[in-house]
Design a protein around this ligand. Structure first.
Ligand code: BG6
Length: 486
């Protein structure tokens, strides 16, 4: 497809938070790096009444607050001259006709268009319908792509319905379901670490790995999103997408090429191999928690049972992972902001050193996704001046040391660029989204039918004690690497 044509990036929901905090700073930085198409414009569409200048000023405030890079006024002014705004509703064909005329004006006959849905999810199908009705999706005069923010549905049924609705107007290859975790450098580095090195992959299986732990801990609470969050909860907000994406990258078989289909096929295969949770297993393989004080947050029901924390034990039924549990946990208001994948290796089959059991800790490979991005390998070393006492030591790789402090771009940069270049590798395919929901739905259903409240935990802790018990039953402990600091 021709990328030299004028390109319009249309953002629906342009007056919202995401546009100001993430999308525009990322697009601006791509522009500074000379990575956007030569001729492009960004058209914001939303309910707020903005003139072009007011829209630009509103976005500039966001840049000042949220951009993590330095820029000059000249760069901003150059970029800002390509920003436009149209006020409109999401159910009004006339507004969509107006949008079409505005876009056509800048296209001189042909042009590419990327439509970004940064709106509440309820209006996604409506927007796609109106774009189709007003003939804005046909690809005769340039490509048409639609980027869809999460949440993609609220359960399997609604995700299927949404897929069916949008497939009426769009081919799957035009749809880019975004999960910003896949835009994170460190998440992409999971694939590079596994498949561009020979030292890890031979060990990456049930013969050497005892278990895998994935922690995505947040230090913030629900902030100003109480009303939305209370209807969603942590399983829908974090597990169905981000955590399961991480599982699929850690556990997938090597794809035959770096091609979107090859990659996504392997991800779907591994998700399909995860045992769906049986209702009777839910009480001892899952923990839901809620931080104390959550019910008093603005927009949250005073008797809410919405979980702000969850821990799950998953089992992958295939040759590579049979018998290796995957423990996942994520929550708000935890002790630290910390996302990491810990691969804990088995004990040596025979210990020849005296009293070794007393000292030894298992070997671990920790992939630090954020903050202080990097990879640490923990292994045993002899303590000097002892007969054979040992202690674990770390071999550490920090991104900041190896690539410089500013080397890690905002995850939306990569994803926006990929969508503009037509590379869907880091976006979630229809079957992938549905397979993920098929894993999360039974857990939500079982908790509902068992009518059990979530366990409470103190803000600033590592979550409810029930989550420690989940591992203790298997004679294991959460391996929060930062135990070193505690
Ligand atoms: C979002 C969730 O998808 O991810 C938020 O909706 C969460 O609730 C956020 O805070 C976490 O993202 P990150 O990049 O800060 O780990």
């Amino acid at each position: 497809m021709n990328n030299d044509l004028p390109t319009s990036i249309v953002i629906f929901g342009a007056s919202g938070d995401l546009t100001q905090r993430k999308l525009i700073p990322s697009l601006f930085n791509l522009f500074r790096k000379g990575r956007l198409p030569k001729q492009f414009r960004i058209v914001g569409y939303g309910g707020t009444a903005f003139t072009d200048d007011q829209f630009r000023a509103h976005l500039e405030e966001g840049i000042k607050e949220f951009a993590s890079f330095k820029y000059t006024n000249e760069e901003w002014n150059d970029f800002a001259s390509r920003l436009f705004y149209q006020q409109g509703r999401y159910d009004n064909p006339t507004d969509f006709e107006k949008l079409n005329s505005l876009l056509k004006d800048g296209e001189a006959g042909s042009g590419n268009r990327m439509y970004y849905m940064a709106t509440p999810p309820g209006v996604f199908p409506q927007i796609v319908d109106l774009l189709a009705q007003t003939d804005q999706l046909s690809e005769e005069k340039g490509w048409r792509r639609v980027v869809i923010e999460k949440p993609f549905g609220t359960d399997l049924e609604s995700a299927r319905r949404l897929n069916e609705q949008i497939h009426k107007a769009l081919n799957e290859r035009q749809i880019y379901r975004i999960d910003h975790y896949l835009g994170k450098e460190t998440v992409q580095n999971i694939l590079v670490s596994r498949f561009a090195n020979t030292i890890f992959e031979p060990l990456w299986n049930r013969n050497y790995i005892d278990h895998v732990e994935i922690t995505v801990a947040e230090q913030v609470g629900v902030e100003h999103r109480g009303r939305f969050y209370d209807q969603v909860g942590v399983l829908r907000d974090m597990f169905q997408n981000h955590l399961l994406q991480l599982v699929s990258l850690v556990a997938m078989e090597p794809p035959v090429s770096f091609d979107a289909s090859a990659l996504r096929n392997e991800k779907v295969k591994v998700l399909s191999a995860i045992q769906p949770m049986k209702e009777e297993d839910v009480p001892h393989k899952t923990v839901l928690g809620q931080y104390t004080g959550y019910r008093a947050e603005e927009g949250v029901k005073p008797d809410s049972r919405t979980p702000t924390y969850a821990a799950l034990k998953l089992q992958i039924d295939n040759w590579r992972w049979q018998g290796v549990p995957f423990y996942l946990r994520s929550g708000k208001y935890l002790k630290e902001k910390l996302s990491q994948v810990t691969i804990e290796f088995k004990e040596p089959p025979h210990l020849l050193f005296p009293n070794a059991k007393e000292y030894m800790t298992p070997n671990m490979l920790v992939l630090y996704l954020q903050p202080d991005e990097g990879i640490h390998l923990r292994f045993e070393a002899k303590v000097p001046d002892t007969v054979a006492k040992m202690r674990s030591v770390d071999m550490e790789f920090h991104y900041a040391d190896s690539f410089g402090k500013t080397a890690i771009p905002e995850s939306y940069e990569r994803l926006l660029l990929d969508a503009l270049n037509g590379d869907p590798s880091l976006f979630t395919r229809a079957d992938e989204v549905e397979t993920a929901w098929a894993l999360i739905d039974p857990i939500i259903q079982a908790w509902k039918s068992q009518n059990t409240p979530p366990a409470f935990y103190e803000p600033g802790s590592w979550g409810p004690k029930e989550a420690d018990e989940l591992l203790a039953r298997d004679k294991r402990k959460w391996s929060t690497w930062d135990a070193r600091k505690e």
